[in-house]
Design a protein around this ligand. Structure first.
Ligand SMILES: [Zn+2]
Length: 198
């Protein structure tokens, strides 16, 4: 923010240029790389990355006796970032597929294809052919945010616009529309700090 700027102007700018800001942040060096010691939010709950060289498996979660949540990564240390990213993409796909299918059933429509992307400027999108795509970073947010994005894109299968009719369909299947939009406004950009370049 420039020294003579006001909070109101800054807020107005941020709201009008949210996608641009997100894209710029996506290009910055990551403040929180997927390496041992980093705290990564998984479904909104911070998990510390821990390297477990000698163990079988790839990536899994554990809770320590202290209550601390950890994300364990097996294998060579040089593969840690890739393995964490693959794990988060898998989890994101699972949650988004489940949520999208449930919302589609409520509306009597079908999701033709669902893809998980690294797009930094959008959380989700929908084509008229019925293909939905989402950012894997939604798995970092609390579940009500991921659910809202799934409901939003599925609602586009009925209304391919952001009209009042669209928001009515969206609100019918999702009870957390306003709460999720507010969360994305205040915390959404922070999700771009994690892991690898988009
Ligand atoms: Zn939309």
């Amino acid at each position: 923010m420039p020294p003579r700027g006001t909070i109101i102007e800054a807020k107005d700018f941020a709201q009008r240029h949210g996608a641009w800001i997100a894209a710029r942040l996506g290009r910055l060096p990551k403040a929180a790389p997927f390496l041992p010691g980093t705290l990564v939010p998984l479904r909104g709950v911070p998990h510390k990355i821990v390297h477990r060289a000698g163990e079988r498996g790839t990536v899994w979660t554990e809770t320590r006796d202290s209550g601390e949540k950890i994300l364990c990564v097996a294998g060579g240390i040089e593969h840690t970032e890739r393995r964490v990213l693959d794990f988060l993409k898998r989890e994101a796909r699972r949650d988004l597929q489940k949520a999208s299918d449930a919302y589609a059933e409520q509306l009597g429509v079908k999701v033709k294809r669902l893809s998980i992307r690294d797009q930094s400027s959008r959380w989700g999108s929908c084509t008229s052919a019925g293909s939905l795509s989402f950012s894997w970073r939604l798995i970092l947010a609390p579940p009500f945010v991921l659910d809202y994005l799934a409901a939003h894109e599925v609602a586009h299968l009925i209304e391919m616009n952001h009209s009042a009719r669209f928001w009515k369909v969206c609100g019918k299947i999702c009870g957390s529309v306003e709460r999720a939009k507010k969360w994305l406004d205040t915390c959404g950009n922070d999700l771009h700090r994690y892991g690898v370049e988009d």
